[in-house]
Write a protein of this length. Structure first.
Length: 291
């Protein structure tokens, strides 16, 4: 007879690869979801998607030279992401083109270049691994890298929290009263790249941004305070990781897409049922009229 333990706990207790996948995914959610909140509040959500594609050439170069080795692919992706972020910022400051347009140009070039590089040496299976990741294949080396990324991210958020919030709400004011405006902007872009690289290890290029943005977008319907929004987003992200891995185990589904689909379900539930969601917002005028 199937009980709650066998359904909810046994997959992680009986299979080490499931336990490592859960640990890695939970760590990713702990750092990526707060970064996603700041991306959303800055109206840079699509920037995250562009940056996720931007890391592909570096990861592909690591794959071309060393195969499916986590460390070279991670370092390559990190270098490529930083180069694209800096190049897009430089283009926006030296020309009439805005940063979002330059990012779009760089990400399209990066995506095509990365796919071409993987195809030069790998098979269709390798390409799928790079694009969609394999959270069930996380090893101790990958978990250590993810742990370092999480520690760096949380340390930076703690140290620069007030400046990040101020730069998010009113960047012109921050630059007028402090010299931290531009450095904080580039620090934040660095955190985005760092967490996308961490997400790439587990979820691949195409899905890494999903764990960053969907919980953040869902949390927006529950609260307006930045601190609370980060906590809610992290909770939704962790719950999506747990439920998505269970769904993939019991229904024999791909683990990465299952996690992102559960996060998407949380977004739609929040959209409908959250205090700042569709149902409550449409009910407010009716309440005022009755009163």
């Amino acid at each position: 007879m199937t009980g709650p333990f066998s359904l909810l706990v046994e997959p992680f207790a009986a299979y080490p690869f499931m336990a490592r996948a859960l640990g890695g995914a939970m760590l990713l959610a702990l750092a990526a979801c707060p970064v996603g909140v700041f991306l959303m509040l800055r109206r840079m959500s699509l920037t995250g998607d562009a940056m996720a594609h931007a890391i592909l050439p570096g990861a592909a170069a690591g794959f071309l030279l060393f195969g499916l080795d986590i460390v070279p692919m991670t370092l390559g992706g990190l270098v490529a992401g930083v180069v694209v972020a800096l190049a897009a910022g430089l283009v926006s400051r030296l020309t009439v083109q805005r940063e979002d347009a330059s990012l779009a140009a760089f990400y399209l070039i990066s995506l095509a270049l990365g796919v071409m590089l993987v195809s030069m040496r790998g098979s269709a299976v390798d390409l799928m691994h790079v694009l969609f990741g394999s959270v069930l294949a996380l090893n101790d080396e990958a978990l250590m890298l993810i742990g370092v990324i999480v520690a760096l991210t949380l340390g930076a958020l703690f140290a620069f929290w007030r400046a990040l919030v101020a730069e998010c709400m009113d960047p012109l004011f921050l630059r007028s009263v402090s010299r931290l405006g531009t450095p904080v902007h580039f620090l934040f872009l660095g955190l985005v790249v760092l967490n996308l690289v961490g997400g790439f290890i587990a979820l691949g290029t195409l899905l890494a941004v999903g764990l960053m943005m969907l919980p953040a977008a869902a949390a927006r319907f529950w609260t307006s305070r930045v601190e609370t929004m980060c906590l809610v987003a992290t909770g939704i992200g962790m719950a999506a990781c747990y439920a998505g891995l269970l769904l993939s185990f019991h229904a024999s589904l791909p683990s990465g897409p299952a996690i992102i689909l559960v996060a998407g379900l949380a977004y739609f539930i929040s959209l409908l049922a959250g205090p700042r969601g569709v149902v409550r917002q449409r009910a407010l005028p009716h309440r005022h009229r009755v009163a």
